[in-house]
Design a protein around this ligand. Structure first.
Ligand SMILES: [Zn+2]
Length: 425
């Protein structure tokens, strides 16, 4: 079927009309060049109409749009300093289930709102500061049918296609352009999980997984660099979102010899089947290697949770993201990479076990997207359970961090020593 020139002009006309319409939505109030500060946010209303308000130190340009699967409202902003009360956004009201926020890419911040179902953005504007009140970003959502949602979503998607704003930059870490002056040294890529609008697990005490794992990776990096034997890179060097696929690409382009993705586990404290006793009992570190078949139900759950990172940050996944192509990639993965990953996981567990409790059967297998660099031996470490009080105290303590980082560095040195010895000639 061909699209005639006249229908093309019609489509273009519709797009331009939509452009004018939506530009009115995204308030183009004079943009402040220094970062605005967001200090608080509120949700009010009911299941028919809900208002989201964020207090800002200055007016900003922004763009608000819808995403499906699951239903979300995304607000893209220039870089904003979020100084929100801890735990804010964990629960919502009316049409809003929860919201998250953070640095999404260099110079770009994002707020992600989870909604209870299909909604439409009725109004979106920034009210300038007046009478001593802060500037306010206001998003009015109304309940919508699936069809109404789809219509608004389609209009916005078309608009985004001709007016791209969120061109993702590479990972927030150091440059990944192959080997540099450090040639000859093994390259280790450390991958602190989550970041920006994806906080990972958030505990009742307001501890964020993204911060726990970032601090840990910083200490481990320093530990590895101390003796000058390794080139160490991180997939992010600040609190910024990095898509899972870009983390994998970063490891490959850096020609990494080992990739360690660092996370912290948690039981879902809101789940009706999770008891106080389970929260007290389930603790300890575990190490995952890639496998299409999960070693057990909990491993499968862990992979599902960590793989959800892109969704939490408001990325639209391509339709084929979990299709057969990925299975083929796993099949093609060099057997050697797989064996090396497993060998390292074992060494790592041996050293970790001397410094921190381990989960029962701590070497687990699951289908983690971040472990799919087919030529880079990769493991994912869950440092412990943030849902367990003892683990939470340990994971946030300086002393524990240093001890466990030292143990991990020891296992890495031993891994490369053995690899070196095993090379013939
Ligand atoms: Zn995680």
């Amino acid at each position: 079927m061909r699209t005639g020139a006249s229908s093309f002009r019609l489509i273009l006309g519709v797009l331009l009309t939509t452009l004018v319409g939506l530009t009115a939505l995204s308030a183009n109030v004079a943009a402040q060049r220094s970062d605005a500060v967001a200090r608080d946010a509120r949700v009010g209303g009911d299941l028919k109409r809900t208002r989201f308000v964020a207090d800002l130190s200055a007016t900003v340009d922004f763009r608000a749009f819808l995403l499906a699967d699951p239903y979300r409202v995304i607000i893209d902003l220039p870089k904003v300093q979020f100084q929100m009360p801890p735990g804010i956004g964990e629960t919502g009201r009316g049409l809003i289930n929860a919201f998250r926020y953070g640095l999404f890419a260099q110079g770009k911040s994002r707020i992600v709102i989870d909604t209870v179902g299909p909604v439409a953005i009725e109004k979106a504007f920034v009210r300038p500061s007046e009478n001593g009140q802060p500037a306010r970003l206001v998003i009015d959502l109304v309940s919508a049918s699936e069809q109404e949602f789809q219509e608004q979503w389609r209009r916005q998607a078309a608009l985004r296609a001709i007016q791209p704003q969120t061109n993702l930059t590479g990972p927030g870490g150091e440059g990944a352009s192959g080997r540099d002056g450090d040639s000859g040294k093994p390259t280790i890529v450390l991958d602190p999980g989550h970041g920006g609008p994806d906080p990972g697990t958030v505990t009742r005490n307001g501890v964020y997984e993204k911060n726990v794992v970032f601090s840990f990776c910083q200490v481990l990096k320093a530990e590895l660099e101390a003796n000058g034997r390794f080139r160490v890179l991180m997939t992010r060097s600040e609190d910024i979102f990095v898509p899972l696929q870009e983390r994998v690409e970063f490891a490959r382009q850096s020609e990494a010899d080992l990739m360690i993705s660092v996370h912290a586990d948690a039981l879902d404290i809101k789940h009706p089947l999770v008891t106080r006793k389970m929260l007290n009992d389930v603790r300890g570190a575990s190490v995952y290697t890639l496998s299409e078949e999960a070693s057990d139900a909990r491993a499968k759950l862990a992979a599902a949770r960590e793989n959800n990172s892109d969704v939490l940050a408001g990325i639209e996944l391509p339709a084929s993201a979990d299709g057969s192509l990925e299975s083929i990639l796993i099949d093609l993965m060099h057997r050697e990479t797989k064996n090396l990953s497993i060998a390292f996981a074992k060494k790592l567990l041996k050293e970790l076990g001397s410094k921190t409790p381990l989960l029962k059967s701590p070497h687990r297998f699951a289908d983690f997207r971040v472990l799919k660099a087919e030529d880079v031996p990769s493991v994912l470490v869950e440092l412990g359970y943030l849902s367990n009080e003892k683990d939470e105290t340990a994971l946030t303590s300086k002393e524990w961090r240093l001890n466990v980082a030292k143990a991990m560095a020891k296992s890495i040195r031993s891994f490369f020593e053995q690899r070196h010895v095993s090379v013939p000639g």
